[in-house]
Design a protein around this ligand. Structure first.
Ligand code: ARG
Length: 461
């Protein structure tokens, strides 16, 4: 039985090669629930416009309920001849309510406004779920920060020891971008919350149907201002993919650090057995696969965005079939994050940090040299000169194979008359941390406040 929605002007059916090329049910079937919700709203506006009797509307809604139940149970599924989710569902609807009533539902709508609306509905739902997962991850980082609140570590720039920081400060530095990703999803929702229903194929609907009534029923505060834009725009899909790609990149940066921390050379952290894997040949191996997969999948998420932008570039208005290519990449973004985030959060939540080792390494690599310079500044030495003096201290230490706190009074006096034993007071990790006490700094009191603020931001979402 032919289920095409456009047979009238064609002498024969499509070639098999075209049918296979055109087919989208293997990926757009996930929108079936949203499409049926759209059909319900559409039936109501047809009735409001006087195009359906009350009995017809009731019969339609009842048929849609049955269709939805059969889709949910899996007893109704698309067949090869169904071009897309819309075609399959129209077939299922007609099978349930008959061709007479079933044939009335399509009036005043097009697959072009349907798909533009369905994809927004679906992505809005998924955005909420992904935001929830991201908040769980940010909470796991906050918990780790709290559990390790007093642990100092070497802070790095250029991957070289720079200045000591608290591990908690460093962990929270990974949580804030994730919170911004959540906020990006919320902002995005404001732009996605516009229904395209009523745009028709491109020019708007002609039968006195109310787009705002459909929008409201489908959970959209607004409907499209412009029917061409409603059917042709996919920036909202690309923007979702951007947030997905940005999230992937944010995860990859933490993933890379966890991979480093778990090496023998760093020995900063130990992965839980449940979140690491072994080797088929080397019995001793314990591999950070969750972090590596996160790092790898960030490339894939970037690819989803890049592919989508490539599809959109140069497309004339309004709908073009190219737009069907929006769905696989953005669905891949959804699926990738949905798979990745729970595992990633589990890995973070179960990491065990080697606080002793981190604390031991915190002052190494002359990471307190800046503290010498700033001690001198407080003694009114110009910073330019103070920097030179502290650098000279490092040079002496390096020559003699000692560390900054090992410099004797004579060594200090030899470097500069401005230096005396008092400088040793700032040559401790605790003193260095304590001194970064302005807002946003790594001083323990500031980090505790920061943790509180992060927690309340998480709770506010
Ligand atoms: N499957 C199409 C898409 O995803 C929607 C249908 C529009 N097709 C058409 N021939 N006008 O964009």
């Amino acid at each position: 039985e032919v289920t095409r929605l456009w047979g009238g002007r064609f002498a024969g059916g499509p070639s098999e090669a075209l049918a296979r090329l055109s087919l989208s049910t293997h990926f757009d079937w996930r929108l079936a629930r949203h499409d049926i919700a759209g059909s319900r709203a559409h039936a109501r506006v047809l009735h409001t416009a006087g195009l359906l009797t009350g009995d017809e509307l009731a019969a339609m809604l009842e048929g849609l309920d049955r269709l939805e139940a059969d889709v949910a149970s899996g007893s109704f599924t698309p067949v090869l001849a169904d071009e897309d989710v819309h075609t399959a569902l129209e077939r299922g609807f007609i099978e349930r309510v008959g061709p007479e009533l079933g044939g009335r539902l399509r009036a005043g709508r097009s697959r072009n406004d349907q798909i533009a609306t369905m994809v927004r509905m679906y992505l809005r739902e998924q955005a909420r779920a992904i935001a929830g997962e991201l908040l769980d991850l940010a909470s796991a980082l906050a918990d780790q920060a709290e559990a390790n609140i007093a642990v100092p570590m070497p802070g790095r720039t250029h991957l070289q020891h720079a200045q000591p920081v608290l591990l908690a400060h460093h962990l929270l530095a990974h949580a804030w971008p994730l919170l911004r990703d959540v906020e990006r999803l919320r902002d995005w929702d404001g732009r996605a919350a516009v229904s395209a229903y009523g745009s028709g194929a491109l020019a708007g609907s002609s039968l006195g149907l109310d787009p705002e009534a459909v929008a409201a029923e489908l959970g959209f505060p607004d409907s499209a201002e412009n029917s061409i834009d409603g059917t042709a725009a996919r920036d909202v899909v690309a923007e979702f993919a951007f947030v997905g790609a940005m999230t992937g990149v944010d995860l990859s940066r933490l993933a890379e650090e966890i991979i480093l921390w778990a090496t023998k050379e760093f020995s900063f952290a130990v992965l839980d057995d449940a979140f690491s894997t072994g080797s088929s040949i080397m019995p001793q191996k314990k591999n950070p696969d969750v972090a590596e997969l996160a790092r790898g999948k960030s490339g894939r998420l970037i690819g989803d965005l890049a592919g989508l932008l490539g599809t959109l570039k140069g497309l004339p208005l309004a709908y073009n079939r190219d737009l069907q290519e929006d769905k696989e990449p953005v669905f891949d973004t959804v699926d990738t994050l949905t798979l990745l985030l729970p595992a990633f959060t589990g890995m973070v939540a179960t990491l065990r940090f080697n606080g002793e080792r981190m604390a031991e390494l915190a002052p190494q690599g002359f990471s307190l040299a800046t503290d010498i310079a700033e001690w001198l500044v407080r003694k009114r030495v110009p910073f330019r000169e103070a920097h030179e003096i502290a650098g000279a201290c490092v040079r002496v230490c390096e020559e003699r194979g000692i560390d900054l706190p090992d410099l004797t009074d004579a060594d200090l006096a030899g470097v500069s008359p401005h230096l005396d034993s008092g400088v040793r007071g700032v040559l401790t990790v605790a003193g260095s941390l304590e001194s970064r006490s302005a807002k946003g700094g790594t001083a323990p009191a500031r980090v505790a406040e920061q943790l509180e603020r992060l927690r309340s931001r998480i709770a506010g979402h």
